[in-house]
Design a protein around this ligand. Structure first.
Ligand code: CP
Ligand code: NVA
Length: 330
């Protein structure tokens, strides 16, 4: 059946079939080729999009901006302090206004409910640029990167170390289930993902001949993994006074050389970024002074190793966001 995503919002991968996800990945490859060969692709000339950010961003914002411009669109960026939304104007009213002015809306914020509500009222596609629950545009970039590096998706062993109930843990579990990768979340039990979401993902995984495993056994999780993935231990919006507790909980789950040595020979290391792998950031320095810890979720050695594909992954954010916008706006 022909795939048609025109007019559809991109809020979480659960809303898309495996075939639709495959279509977006393949489209991303085509856009990457056009970009790398310098071939103009202003296919959405004359359209306009707005990027609404209630949290900070480097990759997501810049990817939407560059992708939007490459496609010929006008781009407006609204930072956390500069719109009326929430303070003087409801989500529904904001969505209805922006939907009259723009052809598409990107939203990064706190609850998934807000982005879902925006999509109900906007009348134009809304793209989720990260909420506390899901980070779906990151997933297409991650799937593309895995396929580029390892040649396939189906049947690969994917292990995620760290906070398995944050936006990345949730999204990766869904993405793996949809595309037939065996997903293992290796985390302390209190950071396991929501049981309902796990049940949904187990059903999807079964349909795609793959599995979902939750465990706190680091060694077994690393063994024979094709992809090792981690994320920061404290996400945007979580209070700073939780660092101490999180560090204690997650220190045994740090991705380091011992873990990579257990993984398969051609295993890759992935991270959505930003990452605390050294003390060259203000938070990194602060943590180092307070807790005597110079690297957190991943050791600097692994981050800088040949197995690390984090910057290819970051580049792919732009090509894949372009495909998502094109598929839903064309
Ligand atoms: N990975 C990611 O979403 O990065 P930013 O927070 O910089 O957008
Ligand atoms: N879990 C992280 C992901 C950042 C891309 C956060 O929400 O801060």
């Amino acid at each position: 059946m022909a795939i048609n995503l025109r007019g559809k919002s991109f809020l979480k991968l659960l809303d898309f079939s495996s075939q639709e996800i495959r279509y977006i990945i393949d489209l991303s490859k085509q856009f990457k080729k056009l970009k790398l060969t310098g071939t103009p692709h202003r296919y959405l000339d004359g359209k306009n999009i707005v990027l609404l950010f209630e949290k900070t961003s480097t990759r997501t914002r810049c990817s939407f901006e560059v992708a939007g411009r490459d496609l010929g669109m006008g781009v407006t960026y609204l930072d956390p302090g500069s719109s009326q939304m929430g303070k003087k104007e409801s989500i529904a009213d904001t969505a209805r206004v922006l939907g009259r002015l723009y052809d598409g809306i990107e939203y990064r914020g706190f609850s998934q409910k807000i982005v879902e509500e925006m999509a109900r009222f906007a009348g134009v596609p809304v793209w989720n640029g990260l909420t506390d629950e899901f980070h779906p545009t990151q997933m297409i970039a991650d799937l593309l990167t895995i396929e580029e590096k390892l040649g396939c998706l189906k049947g690969l062993n994917f292990t995620y170390f760290g906070d398995a109930r944050n936006n990345m843990g949730n999204s990766l579990m869904v993405a793996c289930a949809k595309m037939g990768l065996n997903f293992t979340a290796c985390a302390p039990k209190e950071l396991f993902p929501d049981e309902k979401l796990v049940e949904i993902c187990k059903k999807i995984a079964a349909e795609n001949n793959s599995s979902i495993t939750l465990t706190d056994d680091v060694k077994t999780s690393a063994k024979n993994a094709d992809v090792i993935y981690t994320d920061i231990w404290l996400s945007m919006g979580e209070p700073d006074d939780m660092w101490e507790k999180r560090i204690k909980l997650l220190k045994p789950f740090q991705v380091n050389k011992n873990i990579m040595n257990l993984a398969s020979n051609n295993a890759i290391f992935m991270h959505c970024l930003p990452s605390f792998h050294d003390t060259k950031t203000t938070i990194g320095k602060d943590i180092s002074q307070k807790f005597n810890l110079n690297e957190m979720e991943v050791s600097d050695e692994v981050f800088e190793s040949k197995q690390s594909v984090v910057f290819d992954e970051a580049e792919n954010r732009m090509h894949t966001i372009k495909a998502i916008m094109y598929a839903t706006l064309m």
